[in-house]
Design a binder for this molecule. Structure first.
Ligand code: HEC
Length: 465
C-alpha cells in the first residue's frame, strides 16, 4: 500500500465520524418513534444499529490512525478516544440485545440507548473541541455568560505601554515585542492552541518557528515570515492575524519591523537598539503627569531661569499649567558639583533632574536631597557610587532612580531600602548588576531593573543558520 494512504485515511476521520452520528441518531429515532405496533420497525432498527456499529468502529480506526499520524499528544485526545471506543461498544451491545430479545421495549434496551446517546454526544463534543478549540462554542456567547460559567479562558493582556521617561531602558523583546505578540497573536499561537504549529509566547518557541520552519530570518529580516504575514493585504488568506480578528495598530507592526531590522535581539534595550523615540512615543503612558506632585508654587521669575539656561542647563516646564520643572545637563556635560549649586533658587521646582553624563560625584547628593518635589532622578553614566544615598530619603516624592552605567554598588543601593516613595531603580551595566547576590536585591522595597546579565556565552547558546 502506498505510504500516503494512512495519513489520508486519518484525515478523513472528521468526515467519517458523521456516518455513525447519522446512523445512531436514525436508529434511536426509529426506536422511540411513537406508533401502535411497537415491533413493526424492529428489522429496520436492527439494520440501522448494525450499520451504526460498523461505522462506529470504522470511525474509531480512522481516529486512531489520525492520532498516530498527526502527532497529537495523548493527553489531548484521551477522553475523546475512550468515549469513541465506548460508543462503538455500546452500539454493538445494543445491536446484540435487540437481535436477541427481538423487542424494543425491554428495560435493558432503554438503558442501553440512553448510554449510547450520552456517549455519542460527549464524544462528538470532545472531537469538536479538538478541531475547533475548546472555546469554539462558548466564545460567541455574551461575555457576561462566559464569565458566569468560567468559560472565558482566553488570557487578557494589557496593551503595550511604555514609560516616557524610561523607555530607553525597556527591553526590546521582553517589554515591547512580546506584549505586541501577546495582544495580537496569543489566542491562536499559544501552548494549548498552536495554529500552524507556531507558538509565539517565548523566545524559545519564537525561534523554533512553525510547521513551515523558522519565522525569523536573521539574514533577510524584512522577509521574516513573522513580519511578512502581518504586512500582507488584509484580504490575503495568509494575512496575520486573520482578517476577522483584532488587528495590530500600525505603530505595533513598525516596532516588530524595527526589532527584526536591528537584529531581533532578545537582550537589547530600546536604547541599545538605537531606534528613534518616534517609534515608541505613541505608547507612552497617557496619565504620566499624574506621578508628579500637585503643588502650589509661585511661578519663577524669568530672569532666574534665564541665568541658569545661560550657564548651560536645559530647563523646561513639565506642562504649560504647572510651575514644576525638568532640568537636565544634556548640553552641559562638563557640569560638576559646583555648577549644580547654582540651582539653589529653584530646588523646590525641580521634578525631573537628569545629570546623566555629567561630572557630578557623590558629593552632589546632599544638594539633590533638598529637592522636595523631585520625582525622577537620572544619574546614568556618572561616577556616582551611592555613598551618601541615605540623603535621598529626604526626597519623599522620588519614584524613579536611573543609575545605568554609574558606579553604584549593591551595598549602597541598600541604603535606600527604607525610602518612603521610591518604586523603581534602573541599574544596567553597573558594578551592582554584576554582583552575584541577586536574591538580596529582590528583597528591597523597590524594583531593581538590571537588564540582562552578561553571562559567558556557551557554544550551545548560538543559534546557527
Ligand atoms: C485567529 C487565529 C490567529 C491569530 C490571532 C493569529 N494567527 Fe497566525 N496562524 C493562524 C492559523 C490558522 C495559521 C495556520 C494556517 C496558515 O498557515 O495560514 C497561522 C499561521 C501563522 C504563521 C505561519 C506558521 C508556519 O510555519 O506555517 C505565522 C508566521 C503566523 N501565523 C503569525 C502570526 C502572527 C505574527 C500573529 C499576530 C500578529 C498571528 N499569527 C495571529 C491563526 C491565527
Amino acid at each position: 500500500m502506498p505510504l500516503f494512504i494512512f495519513p489520508l485515511i486519518g484525515r478523513f476521520h472528521p468526515l467519517i465520524v458523521h456516518l455513525p452520528i447519522g446512523f445512531i441518531l436514525f436508529a434511536l429515532i426509529l426506536m422511540y418513534y411513537p406508533r401502535k405496533d411497537k415491533n413493526l420497525l424492529l428489522p429496520t432498527v436492527q439494520f440501522a444499529l448494525l450499520l451504526s456499529t460498523l461505522m462506529s468502529f470504522f470511525a474509531c480506526i480512522t481516529g486512531i490512525i489520525l492520532y498516530n499520524q498527526e502527532g497529537y499528544a495523548f493527553d489531548t485526545v484521551r477522553n475523546h478516544l475512550i468515549l469513541g471506543i465506548l460508543t462503538a461498544l455500546t452500539c454493538l451491545s445494543l445491536f446484540l440485545l435487540v437481535k436477541k430479545h427481538q423487542t424494543l421495549s425491554d428495560p435493558k434496551i432503554h438503558v442501553g440507548s440512553a448510554i449510547l446517546f450520552l456517549c455519542l454526544t460527549f464524544t462528538g463534543h470532545l472531537g469538536g473541541n479538538l478541531t475547533h478549540g475548546e472555546t469554539y462554542l462558548t466564545e460567541v456567547l455574551p461575555e457576561g455568560i462566559q464569565e458566569t460559567f468560567g468559560w472565558k479562558i482566553e488570557e487578557q493582556f494589557e496593551p503595550l505601554s511604555l514609560d516616557g521617561e524610561a523607555w530607553e531602558e525597556a527591553l526590546f523583546y521582553e517589554d515591547v515585542v512580546q506584549p505586541i505578540l501577546n495582544q495580537n497573536c496569543h489566542s491562536c499561537h499559544n501552548e494549548k492552541n498552536s495554529k500552524g504549529d507556531l507558538i509565539l509566547t517565548s523566545k524559545e518557541s519564537l525561534l523554533e518557528g512553525g510547521k513551515n520552519g523558522e519565522v525569523i530570518f536573521h539574514k533577510t529580516p524584512m522577509e521574516s515570515e513573522l513580519l511578512e504575514r502581518m504586512l500582507l493585504p488584509l484580504d490575503h488568506e495568509d494575512h496575520m492575524p486573520p482578517k476577522e480578528k483584532r488587528q495590530p495598530v500600525e505603530a505595533e507592526v513598525e516596532l516588530i519591523k524595527a526589532w527584526l531590522l536591528t537584529g531581533a535581539s532578545f537582550e537589547e534595550t530600546l536604547g541599545q537598539s538605537g531606534i528613534s523615540v518616534d517609534l515608541v512615543s505613541s505608547f507612552f503612558a497617557k496619565n504620566e503627569t499624574s506621578i508628579y506632585p500637585e503643588v502650589q508654587l509661585e511661578p519663577l521669575k524669568e530672569d532666574v531661569l534665564k541665568k541658569l539656561k545661560g550657564q548651560g542647563f536645559f530647563i523646561e516646564k513639565l506642562s504649560v499649567t504647572s510651575p514644576l520643572l525638568k532640568v537636565s545637563t544634556i548640553n552641559f556635560p562638563e557640569a560638576d558639583n559646583q555648577d549644580l549649586e547654582s540651582l539653589e533658587p529653584i530646588l523646590a521646582y525641580i521634578t525631573i533632574l537628569d545629570l546623566s553624563l555629567s561630572n557630578v560625584t557623590d558629593d552632589v547628593i546632599p544638594l539633590v536631597g533638598k529637592m522636595e518635589n523631585l520625582t525622577i532622578l537620572k544619574l546614568n553614566e556618572t561616577k556616582i557610587e551611592g555613598k551618601s544615598f541615605e540623603m535621598l530619603e529626604e526626597n519623599t516624592r522620588l519614584i524613579q532612580l536611573h543609575l545605568t552605567k554609574s558606579m553604584v554598588s549593591g551595598d549602597n543601593l541598600e541604603k535606600l531600602n527604607s525610602h518612603p516613595s521610591l518604586q523603581k531603580v534602573f541599574a544596567f551595566e553597573t558594578p551592582l548588576a554584576k554582583e552575584i547576590n541577586v536574591e538580596k536585591l529582590k528583597e528591597l522595597s523597590f524594583k531593581v531593573e538590571l537588564g540582562n546579565f552578561e553571562l559567558p556565552s556557551l557554544p550551545t547558546d548560538q543559534v546557527k543558520y
